[in-house]
Design a protein around this ligand. Sequence first.
Ligand SMILES: Cc1cc2nc3c(=O)[nH]c(=O)nc-3n(C[C@H](O)[C@H](O)[C@H](O)COP(=O)(O)OP(=O)(O)OC[C@H]3O[C@@H](n4cnc5c(N)ncnc54)[C@H](O)[C@@H]3O)c2cc1C
Length: 402
Amino acid sequence: MESVRRKVAVVGGGPAGLRAAEVAALSGAEVVLYDAMRSTGRKFLVAGKSGLNLSNATPFPEFMEVYAGSAQVPLPAFFYEALSAFDNVALREWAGGLGIETYAASSNKVFPVGMKAAPLLRRWVERLRQLGVTIRVRHRLLDFRVDEQVLVFEHDGESCEYPCDAAVLALGGGSWPSTGSDGTWQALMKAKGISVTPLSSANSGWECAWPRVVLEAAEGLPLKNLVVHAGAASQHGELVITRYGLEGGPVYRLGPAIRAQDSPHVLIDFKPTFTEQALARKMESVKRDFLAAAKERWKLSDAAIAVIRGLYGEVDDALSLAACVKRCKVPLTQPRPMDEAISSAGGVRWSELAADFSVKQVPWMHLAGEMLDWEAPTGGYLLQAAFATGTVAGNAAAVLGE
Ligand SMILES: Cc1cc2nc3c(=O)[nH]c(=O)nc-3n(C[C@H](O)[C@H](O)[C@H](O)COP(=O)(O)OP(=O)(O)OC[C@H]3O[C@@H](n4cnc5c(N)ncnc54)[C@H](O)[C@@H]3O)c2cc1C
């Protein structure tokens, strides 16, 4: 008797969905991949514009320390198991299998040779077609019927349905909605009683109301070699003063710690290699114009001077100025809008999922990628988790109930 192939629908043609479709097809399932847009992988292509940072070569288990869940909700063990099962070595081998060699930069960031996403995506989609995956673009998931195992799409203004044995939803987060990941699935999930931590900007700049004097003197200027603190967390790096606030690696990385504060702010240490006392000693003979002297004696940059002057005025003793320079408090109002963030935090809550990434109340449906409630800094960690969760979800969808 001829065996009947399992029908697996994958919705969302980003890296998590493409990977889920690939592994489900490799497991012998009949796979149809749907995406709302005219083509797949749009955010992946955007990510490749400034060099596709595919993964990170930081060794495990240290690699996993960068991932966070929502405030006070730790990530479940099965999230980390997914990362271990398809880790940063496996991802590089996978790219190599498509003929795309990768290299790790000194920062540990892993890039494809050539840095681009388009060749990789082209070969990947070609592989999916060779595996027999049907790709249906311009199909927007609107609904699903739990008991009948039916997905309902809108296509060309018409409603169409797809009954399946299993589905993987990999609908992405909410940043850069023009790429198709617009987070509108949050309403659908909530309507089905599936709880969601609301999406918010992650890996984004933060807004603050700079006094006019700061912007006049320092807009667009970098603040280099800083340590930035938020709560108990801190990051070394560089920030840029913008019209609306602050941009740069340290505030991106400190996003979860900043969001956790009642009154969001950062403390900037402009002179991390000196103590307050050491700074004050360098000012011993100075009697006035301490900020002007700090430029010479502490090598304080013009931008840092503008920030201190704008936030604290003219400080008239060395020890007080040293305290401001070591713990300059910048009150923040909100993260930049999600439209321009690199990723989003929040997503479907882990309590809704079983260890195979299926939804407990919809066991034939699995979830993967950025639509789940994890976040990570830039550096290749986002794509790595999209690939890893897509791998588990695709495998589970292909074997479910067998
Ligand atoms: C500017 C920028 C640069 C980035 N650079 C990097 C980087 O260098 N390294 C890194 O690791 N990460 C980077 N990222 C983040 C990374 O691209 C994402 O984390 C990753 O694409 C998430 O993959 P995903 O498959 O979960 O979702 P997505 O890639 O967002 O894909 C989701 C898909 O679902 C589709 N969809 C959504 N709703 C529906 C619906 N209702 N019906 C049908 N289809 C739907 C969308 O059209 C989309 O194709 C960057 C992001 C941005 C915006």
